[in-house]
Design a protein around this ligand. Structure first.
Ligand code: GTP
Ligand code: MG
Length: 139
């Protein structure tokens, strides 16, 4: 059994789409084993997206992530990392497949509603940034 880290981003929390996103996650067979609504701090957002710090959109990305509350989650299931990437859809909603979270709900490549870890290795690092092990409660 595998875990991945998810963020429901400000564009989605602001439009009251937390439950709608969670419905897609649960329908895909992933279990939400930890979840909290937080306001990310600027240092937290910079640290989380540090791999993108040289990219031209880094400032915009970080400002967006601290602009409103986000919901951070741990998702558990078989092949959770790949499965979540699949149901999230492409980074740019214009390229996202039908039925994916980003196709359904994303506004733009920047305001794209969700984050999901891109590897099992990164999932572990990202989960540890926001959750302690005793906050993660599988059924
Ligand atoms: P994440 O799950 O959020 O990591 O998305 P991803 O893995 O599909 O995309 P990537 O890691 O390449 O980029 C991280 C995030 O940066 C994206 O989800 C977008 O929110 C943002 N981003 C990527 N490209 C652009 C861009 O051209 N403009 C802006 N404003 N944001 C971008
Ligand atoms: Mg990424």
């Amino acid at each position: 059994i595998e875990r991945t880290f998810s963020i429901i981003k400000p564009d989605a929390t602001k439009r009251n789409l937390t439950g709608a996103v969670n419905a897609v996650i649960e329908a895909a067979g992933l279990q939400i084993v930890a979840q909290k609504r937080i306001r990310m701090s600027l240092p937290e957002a910079r640290k989380f997206y540090a791999v993108h710090k040289e990219r031209p959109f880094f400032g915009e990305l970080v400002d967006f992530m601290v602009s409103a509350p986000v919901v951070v989650q741990v998702l558990e299931g078989e092949n959770a990392v790949a499965k979540y990437r699949e149901i999230m859809g492409a980074t740019n909603p214009a390229q996202a497949a039908e039925g994916t979270i980003r196709k359904l709900y994303a506004v733009s490549v920047g305001e794209n509603s969700v984050h999901g870890s891109d590897s099992v290795e990164n999932a572990k690092i990202e989960i540890a940034q926001f959750f302690s092990e005793n906050e993660i409660l599988p059924a």
